[in-house]
Ligand binder design. Structure first.
Ligand code: HEC
Length: 295
Protein backbone atom coordinates (compact mmCIF):
# COMPACT_ATOMS: atom_id res chain seq x y z
CA UNK A 1 0.00 0.00 0.00
CA UNK A 2 1.29 3.43 -0.92
CA UNK A 3 1.62 6.31 1.52
CA UNK A 4 -0.49 9.37 0.68
CA UNK A 5 0.47 12.93 -0.18
CA UNK A 6 -0.02 15.11 2.92
CA UNK A 7 -2.91 17.56 2.90
CA UNK A 8 -0.55 20.53 3.36
CA UNK A 9 0.88 19.83 -0.10
CA UNK A 10 -2.61 19.73 -1.63
CA UNK A 11 -3.49 23.00 0.08
CA UNK A 12 -0.28 24.69 -1.12
CA UNK A 13 -0.86 23.51 -4.69
CA UNK A 14 -4.51 24.58 -4.60
CA UNK A 15 -3.60 28.06 -3.31
CA UNK A 16 -0.90 28.36 -5.99
CA UNK A 17 -3.26 27.36 -8.80
CA UNK A 18 -6.08 29.60 -7.56
CA UNK A 19 -3.79 32.63 -7.41
CA UNK A 20 -2.48 31.76 -10.86
CA UNK A 21 -6.01 31.62 -12.26
CA UNK A 22 -7.01 34.92 -10.62
CA UNK A 23 -3.80 36.55 -11.88
CA UNK A 24 -4.72 35.53 -15.40
CA UNK A 25 -8.46 36.12 -15.44
CA UNK A 26 -8.84 39.02 -13.05
CA UNK A 27 -5.41 40.49 -12.46
CA UNK A 28 -6.66 44.05 -11.95
CA UNK A 29 -9.69 43.21 -9.84
CA UNK A 30 -7.69 43.51 -6.61
CA UNK A 31 -8.94 40.02 -5.77
CA UNK A 32 -6.98 39.80 -2.52
CA UNK A 33 -9.52 42.11 -0.94
CA UNK A 34 -12.52 40.38 -2.49
CA UNK A 35 -14.70 38.21 -0.23
CA UNK A 36 -15.36 35.98 -3.25
CA UNK A 37 -11.69 35.06 -3.43
CA UNK A 38 -11.42 34.23 0.26
CA UNK A 39 -14.77 32.39 0.20
CA UNK A 40 -13.51 30.28 -2.68
CA UNK A 41 -10.27 29.53 -0.80
CA UNK A 42 -12.20 28.55 2.30
CA UNK A 43 -14.54 26.22 0.40
CA UNK A 44 -11.61 24.64 -1.45
CA UNK A 45 -9.72 24.07 1.82
CA UNK A 46 -12.81 22.55 3.47
CA UNK A 47 -13.26 20.23 0.47
CA UNK A 48 -9.60 19.20 0.69
CA UNK A 49 -10.03 18.39 4.38
CA UNK A 50 -13.11 16.29 3.59
CA UNK A 51 -11.18 14.52 0.85
CA UNK A 52 -8.35 13.93 3.28
CA UNK A 53 -10.68 12.45 5.93
CA UNK A 54 -12.20 10.10 3.39
CA UNK A 55 -8.65 9.15 2.42
CA UNK A 56 -7.89 8.45 6.09
CA UNK A 57 -10.92 6.15 6.38
CA UNK A 58 -10.02 4.25 3.23
CA UNK A 59 -6.43 3.96 4.40
CA UNK A 60 -7.53 2.57 7.79
CA UNK A 61 -9.77 -0.01 6.12
CA UNK A 62 -7.04 -1.10 3.74
CA UNK A 63 -4.49 -1.17 6.54
CA UNK A 64 -6.57 -3.73 8.42
CA UNK A 65 -6.40 -6.06 5.46
CA UNK A 66 -2.59 -6.03 5.33
CA UNK A 67 -0.41 -8.81 6.68
CA UNK A 68 1.73 -8.05 9.74
CA UNK A 69 4.79 -7.74 7.58
CA UNK A 70 3.11 -5.35 5.16
CA UNK A 71 1.79 -3.32 8.07
CA UNK A 72 5.27 -2.89 9.51
CA UNK A 73 6.64 -1.90 6.08
CA UNK A 74 3.87 0.64 5.56
CA UNK A 75 4.42 2.20 8.99
CA UNK A 76 8.14 2.36 8.31
CA UNK A 77 7.52 4.10 4.99
CA UNK A 78 5.10 6.51 6.60
CA UNK A 79 7.84 7.75 8.94
CA UNK A 80 9.89 9.18 6.05
CA UNK A 81 8.91 12.81 5.48
CA UNK A 82 7.06 13.49 2.20
CA UNK A 83 9.70 15.69 0.59
CA UNK A 84 12.42 13.28 1.58
CA UNK A 85 10.46 10.58 -0.22
CA UNK A 86 10.02 12.82 -3.24
CA UNK A 87 13.75 13.49 -3.30
CA UNK A 88 14.57 9.82 -2.94
CA UNK A 89 12.16 8.83 -5.67
CA UNK A 90 13.80 11.26 -8.06
CA UNK A 91 17.27 9.84 -7.56
CA UNK A 92 16.47 6.31 -6.53
CA UNK A 93 18.64 3.58 -7.96
CA UNK A 94 17.27 0.05 -7.91
CA UNK A 95 19.11 -2.79 -6.27
CA UNK A 96 20.05 -5.73 -8.46
CA UNK A 97 17.05 -7.77 -7.31
CA UNK A 98 14.65 -4.90 -7.87
CA UNK A 99 16.07 -4.46 -11.34
CA UNK A 100 15.25 -8.01 -12.17
CA UNK A 101 11.60 -7.35 -11.40
CA UNK A 102 11.32 -4.50 -13.85
CA UNK A 103 13.59 -5.81 -16.55
CA UNK A 104 11.73 -5.88 -19.86
CA UNK A 105 12.06 -9.06 -21.77
CA UNK A 106 14.06 -7.85 -24.70
CA UNK A 107 17.64 -6.78 -25.30
CA UNK A 108 20.18 -6.37 -27.97
CA UNK A 109 23.89 -6.80 -27.81
CA UNK A 110 23.75 -7.01 -24.04
CA UNK A 111 21.75 -3.78 -23.77
CA UNK A 112 18.58 -4.28 -21.75
CA UNK A 113 15.72 -1.98 -20.77
CA UNK A 114 14.16 -1.34 -17.38
CA UNK A 115 10.47 -0.54 -16.99
CA UNK A 116 11.03 2.34 -14.57
CA UNK A 117 8.05 4.35 -13.45
CA UNK A 118 8.43 8.02 -14.29
CA UNK A 119 10.08 10.09 -11.55
CA UNK A 120 7.69 12.15 -9.43
CA UNK A 121 9.36 15.46 -10.25
CA UNK A 122 8.88 14.69 -13.94
CA UNK A 123 5.22 13.85 -13.47
CA UNK A 124 4.78 16.94 -11.31
CA UNK A 125 6.24 19.16 -14.00
CA UNK A 126 4.16 17.46 -16.64
CA UNK A 127 0.89 18.04 -14.79
CA UNK A 128 1.85 21.57 -13.88
CA UNK A 129 2.61 22.32 -17.53
CA UNK A 130 -0.59 20.63 -18.63
CA UNK A 131 -2.81 22.58 -16.22
CA UNK A 132 -0.93 25.84 -16.76
CA UNK A 133 -1.35 25.47 -20.52
CA UNK A 134 -5.10 24.90 -20.21
CA UNK A 135 -5.58 27.89 -17.89
CA UNK A 136 -3.34 30.06 -20.07
CA UNK A 137 -5.19 29.21 -23.27
CA UNK A 138 -8.55 29.85 -21.67
CA UNK A 139 -7.33 33.15 -20.20
CA UNK A 140 -5.84 34.18 -23.54
CA UNK A 141 -8.99 33.30 -25.45
CA UNK A 142 -11.58 34.84 -23.14
CA UNK A 143 -9.87 37.68 -21.29
CA UNK A 144 -7.39 40.46 -22.01
CA UNK A 145 -4.64 38.44 -20.35
CA UNK A 146 -1.35 38.53 -22.32
CA UNK A 147 -2.76 40.89 -24.97
CA UNK A 148 -0.24 43.74 -25.13
CA UNK A 149 -2.51 45.94 -27.30
CA UNK A 150 -5.33 45.71 -24.76
CA UNK A 151 -2.88 46.56 -21.99
CA UNK A 152 -1.61 49.53 -23.96
CA UNK A 153 -5.13 50.83 -24.62
CA UNK A 154 -5.96 50.56 -20.94
CA UNK A 155 -2.74 52.24 -19.83
CA UNK A 156 -3.29 55.03 -22.35
CA UNK A 157 -6.79 55.59 -21.05
CA UNK A 158 -5.61 55.89 -17.45
CA UNK A 159 -2.79 58.15 -18.54
CA UNK A 160 -5.09 60.45 -20.52
CA UNK A 161 -7.53 60.51 -17.62
CA UNK A 162 -4.79 61.56 -15.22
CA UNK A 163 -3.62 64.24 -17.65
CA UNK A 164 -7.19 65.52 -17.95
CA UNK A 165 -7.41 65.54 -14.15
CA UNK A 166 -4.17 67.52 -13.94
CA UNK A 167 -5.33 69.99 -16.57
CA UNK A 168 -8.49 70.63 -14.55
CA UNK A 169 -6.61 71.87 -11.50
CA UNK A 170 -3.36 73.18 -12.99
CA UNK A 171 -3.27 76.91 -13.73
CA UNK A 172 -4.28 77.60 -17.33
CA UNK A 173 -1.67 78.78 -19.76
CA UNK A 174 -3.00 81.33 -22.23
CA UNK A 175 -1.69 84.13 -24.39
CA UNK A 176 -1.43 86.37 -21.30
CA UNK A 177 0.36 83.96 -18.99
CA UNK A 178 2.48 81.94 -21.42
CA UNK A 179 6.18 82.41 -20.67
CA UNK A 180 9.25 81.46 -22.60
CA UNK A 181 11.52 79.02 -20.82
CA UNK A 182 14.60 77.35 -22.25
CA UNK A 183 13.65 74.25 -20.25
CA UNK A 184 10.66 73.76 -22.54
CA UNK A 185 12.62 73.57 -25.78
CA UNK A 186 13.28 69.84 -25.73
CA UNK A 187 9.67 68.93 -24.98
CA UNK A 188 8.51 71.52 -27.48
CA UNK A 189 10.62 69.84 -30.12
CA UNK A 190 8.90 66.51 -29.43
CA UNK A 191 5.47 68.12 -29.65
CA UNK A 192 6.52 69.86 -32.85
CA UNK A 193 7.49 66.49 -34.32
CA UNK A 194 4.06 65.02 -33.62
CA UNK A 195 1.89 67.99 -34.55
CA UNK A 196 3.69 70.28 -36.93
CA UNK A 197 6.42 68.49 -38.87
CA UNK A 198 4.00 67.24 -41.53
CA UNK A 199 3.61 70.81 -42.83
CA UNK A 200 6.51 72.82 -41.45
CA UNK A 201 9.05 70.05 -42.02
CA UNK A 202 12.07 68.89 -40.06
CA UNK A 203 13.47 71.66 -37.86
CA UNK A 204 10.76 74.06 -39.09
CA UNK A 205 12.50 74.64 -42.42
CA UNK A 206 9.13 74.90 -44.16
CA UNK A 207 7.07 72.90 -46.63
CA UNK A 208 3.32 73.24 -46.95
CA UNK A 209 3.60 75.71 -44.09
CA UNK A 210 6.11 78.56 -44.09
CA UNK A 211 9.73 78.41 -43.00
CA UNK A 212 9.69 79.10 -39.26
CA UNK A 213 13.43 79.71 -38.96
CA UNK A 214 13.69 82.85 -41.10
CA UNK A 215 12.97 86.52 -40.52
CA UNK A 216 9.86 86.68 -42.73
CA UNK A 217 6.33 86.31 -41.39
CA UNK A 218 2.89 86.30 -42.98
CA UNK A 219 1.02 86.65 -39.72
CA UNK A 220 2.17 89.33 -37.31
CA UNK A 221 -0.31 89.55 -34.43
CA UNK A 222 1.92 90.14 -31.43
CA UNK A 223 5.02 92.16 -30.63
CA UNK A 224 7.20 89.24 -29.63
CA UNK A 225 7.90 86.15 -31.68
CA UNK A 226 7.10 83.83 -28.77
CA UNK A 227 3.65 85.36 -28.28
CA UNK A 228 3.06 85.51 -32.01
CA UNK A 229 3.54 81.76 -32.31
CA UNK A 230 1.25 81.24 -29.32
CA UNK A 231 -1.34 83.46 -30.99
CA UNK A 232 -1.13 81.36 -34.17
CA UNK A 233 -1.58 78.17 -32.18
CA UNK A 234 -4.61 79.59 -30.43
CA UNK A 235 -6.33 81.19 -33.40
CA UNK A 236 -4.88 79.59 -36.51
CA UNK A 237 -4.39 81.55 -39.69
CA UNK A 238 -7.09 83.96 -40.80
CA UNK A 239 -6.06 83.68 -44.44
CA UNK A 240 -5.36 79.98 -44.67
CA UNK A 241 -7.43 77.38 -42.78
CA UNK A 242 -4.70 74.81 -43.34
CA UNK A 243 -3.07 76.32 -40.26
CA UNK A 244 -5.68 75.29 -37.74
CA UNK A 245 -6.35 76.86 -34.32
CA UNK A 246 -4.67 73.95 -32.51
CA UNK A 247 -5.57 75.08 -29.00
CA UNK A 248 -9.16 76.06 -29.75
CA UNK A 249 -9.89 72.83 -31.59
CA UNK A 250 -8.50 70.88 -28.67
CA UNK A 251 -5.51 69.23 -30.41
CA UNK A 252 -3.04 70.70 -27.95
CA UNK A 253 -3.32 72.44 -24.59
CA UNK A 254 -2.05 75.90 -23.71
CA UNK A 255 0.71 74.16 -21.80
CA UNK A 256 1.79 72.29 -24.94
CA UNK A 257 1.64 75.50 -26.97
CA UNK A 258 3.93 77.22 -24.46
CA UNK A 259 6.51 74.48 -25.07
CA UNK A 260 6.15 74.47 -28.84
CA UNK A 261 6.45 78.26 -28.95
CA UNK A 262 9.66 78.02 -26.90
CA UNK A 263 11.03 75.56 -29.44
CA UNK A 264 10.11 77.81 -32.36
CA UNK A 265 11.66 80.80 -30.59
CA UNK A 266 14.79 78.68 -30.22
CA UNK A 267 15.02 77.66 -33.91
CA UNK A 268 14.20 81.19 -35.06
CA UNK A 269 16.27 83.33 -32.71
CA UNK A 270 18.93 81.14 -31.18
CA UNK A 271 20.06 79.07 -34.15
CA UNK A 272 20.90 80.06 -37.72
CA UNK A 273 17.98 80.10 -40.19
CA UNK A 274 17.64 77.25 -42.66
CA UNK A 275 18.00 79.10 -45.97
CA UNK A 276 16.57 77.95 -49.33
CA UNK A 277 20.14 76.98 -50.27
CA UNK A 278 20.11 74.55 -47.33
CA UNK A 279 16.73 73.11 -48.32
CA UNK A 280 14.57 75.58 -46.39
CA UNK A 281 11.42 77.09 -47.90
CA UNK A 282 11.70 80.56 -49.46
CA UNK A 283 10.76 83.46 -47.16
CA UNK A 284 7.08 84.37 -47.16
CA UNK A 285 5.44 87.58 -45.95
CA UNK A 286 7.27 90.62 -44.70
CA UNK A 287 10.49 90.90 -42.79
CA UNK A 288 9.79 91.44 -39.13
CA UNK A 289 11.94 92.91 -36.38
CA UNK A 290 10.43 91.58 -33.17
CA UNK A 291 10.23 94.33 -30.55
CA UNK A 292 10.26 92.42 -27.31
CA UNK A 293 12.76 89.70 -26.51
CA UNK A 294 11.21 86.41 -25.64
CA UNK A 295 8.26 87.47 -23.52
C1 HEC B 1 -1.75 70.99 -42.16
C2 HEC B 1 -0.54 71.77 -42.28
C3 HEC B 1 -0.05 72.52 -41.07
C4 HEC B 1 0.18 72.02 -39.81
C5 HEC B 1 -0.02 70.60 -39.32
C6 HEC B 1 0.70 73.12 -39.06
N1 HEC B 1 0.78 74.26 -39.81
FE1 HEC B 1 1.48 76.04 -39.21
N2 HEC B 1 1.01 76.81 -40.97
C7 HEC B 1 0.53 76.13 -42.06
C8 HEC B 1 0.30 77.04 -43.15
C9 HEC B 1 -0.23 76.66 -44.52
C10 HEC B 1 0.65 78.31 -42.66
C11 HEC B 1 0.58 79.61 -43.42
C12 HEC B 1 -0.71 80.32 -43.01
C13 HEC B 1 -0.95 81.59 -43.71
O1 HEC B 1 -0.69 81.67 -44.91
O2 HEC B 1 -1.41 82.53 -43.02
C14 HEC B 1 1.10 78.12 -41.33
C15 HEC B 1 1.54 79.15 -40.50
C16 HEC B 1 2.12 78.97 -39.28
C17 HEC B 1 2.73 80.02 -38.50
C18 HEC B 1 2.84 81.44 -38.90
C19 HEC B 1 3.91 81.59 -39.95
C20 HEC B 1 3.88 82.92 -40.65
O3 HEC B 1 4.81 83.16 -41.39
O4 HEC B 1 2.92 83.65 -40.45
C21 HEC B 1 3.22 79.45 -37.38
C22 HEC B 1 3.97 80.13 -36.26
C23 HEC B 1 2.87 78.07 -37.44
N3 HEC B 1 2.22 77.81 -38.61
C24 HEC B 1 3.19 77.16 -36.45
C25 HEC B 1 2.71 75.87 -36.46
C26 HEC B 1 2.91 74.96 -35.38
C27 HEC B 1 3.67 75.27 -34.10
C28 HEC B 1 2.30 73.80 -35.72
C29 HEC B 1 2.15 72.56 -34.89
C30 HEC B 1 1.38 72.69 -33.68
C31 HEC B 1 1.75 73.99 -37.04
N4 HEC B 1 2.01 75.24 -37.45
C32 HEC B 1 1.08 73.00 -37.73
C33 HEC B 1 0.27 74.78 -42.12
C34 HEC B 1 0.33 73.90 -41.04
Amino acid sequence: MKTRTPISVYIAVMIGLTILAFEMFASDSNYFSSPFFWGLMLIAIILLFIMNSIGDLVENENFKKLSEEEKAKFLEEKKVPYFQKLWNSAFKKQSATEEKDILIDHGFDGITELDNSLPKWWLGLFWFGFIFCAIYMAAFAFTDYAHPEAELTKETKTMLASIAEYEKTAPKVDLETAKYSADNIAEGQELFKTNCVSCHAEGGKGGIGPNLTDTHWINVKEKSLFKNVFWMLENGSENNPTMRPFIKDGTITGRDAEKIAAYIYHINQETAPITPAQGGAAPQGEEVKWENGND
